[in-house]
Design a binder for this molecule. Structure first.
Ligand SMILES: NC(=O)C1=CN([C@@H]2O[C@H](COP(=O)(O)OP(=O)(O)OC[C@H]3O[C@@H](n4cnc5c(N)ncnc54)[C@H](O)[C@@H]3O)[C@@H](O)[C@H]2O)C=CC1
Ligand SMILES: CC(C)CC(=O)C(=O)O
Ligand SMILES: [Mg+2]
Length: 354
């Protein structure tokens, strides 16, 4: 995939990864090509062979050389990372989280939108259209911890959640800016400050302080356990949710479940300061249970491509992709049969082109 070089050409790093990652990324790239056709914007891709295959062959997850090469691109499209043949955590931490941390993806943006015609497991979902701003570089995912007396009855295992004033403030400010730009202008902080008093109070104080800069934004607060209730009983109450890395991870799988399933849930790992490329990927993982069967829904990846186009300022093309997805989803209820991964990708590309 390439075209003659123009000033606006997109240089895309592609990390298809493991399991269904390769299947859904192929379709995402097909739709990206269709979206850019005739626009005057070309795209060139560099494939990065990262994931289980590479680890088995070399023992490497993500080297400094890989990172340096990835940094030269405008954006990254990632499929999924993780494979049952690799010890749990090796690729997730050593590759996926390393990318997010090294490239300072402190805003992990995850829309929760119920498209018209999509079946939700909720009886009365209402108008569900919110966005989760999940902190992407801190929390319990930083690897601050350890275990002693491993494997004995006296084992002690710690996983420390790191929350810095710097890290919390920058993601909270981003979430406020997003809320201020939306019609409802509402921000919900989700944490657990009744128990996690150190981190929770930092988040609460930060939200209160930054609110002064965004007086039009209404703020509310939910403990994370209660937030799971309202996501199921009244998801339309949410507009922008800001939360930490772990809570955001969990809440966004739930958000996916209520808006049509994990196969539809897109995400963007954004470096708002643009000091490194941002990364776009479906919320889901490598789904070993269906990998290689052509069963994966590529729609989450395609919607992540729309987020990528938006991030690069190609708003018309982003909307064309989202509109194609909306039309495809609207027609699914009446479909005679479930389509394969490749068929969905082909249909979406045709809609974008047509
Ligand atoms: N961003 C990433 O790369 C992520 C990686 N992982 C990794 O992926 C591996 C599997 O993790 P799981 O917990 O099973 O989560 P998962 O998201 O891969 O799968 C959960 C369930 O959702 C289904 N599913 C996922 N994507 C789908 C799609 N596009 N279409 C239809 N069904 C889909 C799967 O078949 C499975 O039943 C693990 O190694 C995990 O660490 C998990 C989450 C995110
Ligand atoms: C595998 C994890 C590191 C990532 C994850 O589950 C996510 O970002 O949603
Ligand atoms: Mg997750």
């Amino acid at each position: 995939m390439s075209s003659s070089a123009t000033a606006r050409d997109i240089h895309l790093a592609v990390v298809a990864g493991d399991g269904i990652g390769t299947e859904v990324v192929e379709q995402g790239l097909l739709v990206l090509d269709a979206a850019l056709a005739g626009s005057g914007v070309g795209v060139s891709t560099t494939d990065f062979d990262l994931g289980a295959r590479r680890w088995h062959a070399t023992g490497e997850t993500l080297t400094d050389t890989d990172l340096d090469a990835i940094r030269t691109h405008d954006a990254i499209l990632l499929g999924a990372i993780g494979d049952p043949s690799v010890p749990s955590g090796v690729l997730e931490r050593g590759l996926l989280l390393k990318l997010r941390f090294a490239l300072d993806h402190y805003v992990n943006l995850r829309p929760g939108k119920l498209f018209p015609g999509v079946a939700s497991p909720l009886a009365h979902p209402g108008d569900v259209d919110f966005v989760v701003v999940r902190e992407g570089t801190e929390g319990p995912y930083v690897g601050n911890g350890g275990a002693i007396r491993v494997g004995t009855p006296h084992e002690v295992a710690n996983e420390v959640s790191v929350n810095t004033a710097f890290g919390v403030e920058r993601v909270v400010r981003d979430a406020f800016a997003r809320a201020a730009a939306r019609p409802r202008k509402k921000l919900t902080l989700v944490h657990k400050h009744n128990v996690l008093v150190h981190a929770g109070h930092l988040w609460r104080r930060t939200v209160e302080a930054v609110n002064a800069e965004f007086p039009d934004v209404t703020v509310d607060y939910l403990h994370v356990d209660a937030a799971t209730i309202f996501l199921v009983t009244n998801p339309s109450r949410f507009d922008v949710i800001v939360t930490d890395n772990l809570f955001g991870d969990i809440l966004t799988d739930l958000a996916a479940a209520i808006t049509g399933g994990i196969g539809l849930a897109a995400s963007a790992n954004i470096n708002p300061d643009r000091t490194a490329p941002s990364m776009f990927e479906p919320v889901h993982g490598s789904a070993p249970d269906i990998a290689g069967q052509g069963k994966a829904d590529p729609t989450a990846t395609v919607l992540s491509v729309a987020l990528l186009l938006d991030h690069l300022g190609l708003h018309t093309q982003a909307k064309a992709v989202e509109d194609a997805v909306a039309a495809d989803l609207a027609g699914r209820g009446s479909a005679e049969r479930v389509r394969s991964t490749a068929e969905v990708g082909k249909d979406l590309a045709a809609r974008v082109a047509g």
